[in-house]
Write a protein that binds this ligand. Structure first.
Ligand code: S6P
Ligand code: ZN
Length: 168
């Protein structure tokens, strides 16, 4: 089943913006020396998140993430990645650009999906997820998740993902 929307426009109103710069990502890119080297030249924005979070039981949250194109020693710009504190699924819908969604559960099992305009990706509740911009332009996608999901960044910050996405 397919739907074509010729003049599609998505509005998040005045959703607050979170900015993640290279300095925020020191522990997430694999090549720490390349991060230090990169920071000597500046502190580029890796990605921005415009999120509307509703904090009540049974509620839904939604956010648009914009990942800039680029890489650190070949590892593409990406999000930090996280588990949800409470195992709850999530939907991603690709809007612009080209990317990958890396999924890994606590047993270390991996799944990789592509993110592209119009593609709907399902994130199972027990899988950590990281989005990666593998293209030459900005990667934009919409995420819809539950109010109770929460964020566990610490596990990924400590142990990372088993796979990294690199430019070849
Ligand atoms: C929230 C959802 C997304 C991410 C966003 C940034 O559950 O998965 O809105 O928060 O893509 O990624 P991260 O890993 O920095 O939260
Ligand atoms: Zn999430």
């Amino acid at each position: 089943m397919e739907i074509t929307l010729p003049n599609f426009k998505l509005s998040l109103g005045d959703a607050p913006k979170q900015v993640r710069k290279l300095s925020d990502m020191r522990n997430f890119f694999s090549d720490k020396a390349a991060v230090i080297q990169g920071l000597k030249k500046g502190d580029p924005i890796i990605y921005e998140v415009y999120a509307v979070e509703n904090d009540f039981p049974g509620g839904l949250c939604y956010a648009v993430t914009v990942i800039n194109p680029g890489d650190i020693a070949g590892e593409y710009y990406m999000t930090k990645g996280h588990f949800h504190q409470k195992d709850a699924g999530e939907i991603y819908i690709g809007l612009e650009g080209k990317g990958m969604l890396i999924l890994q559960n606590r047993k270390g099992e991996m799944k990789n999906l592509t993110i592209e305009p119009g593609k709907i990706c399902y994130v199972p509740g027990d899988f950590a997820h990281r989005s990666v911009n593998t293209g030459k332009s900005k990667l934009k996608f919409l995420a819809v998740y539950t109010s109770e999901s929460g964020y566990d960044y610490a596990t990924i910050e400590k142990s990372g993902f088993k796979e990294k996405v690199i430019r070849v």
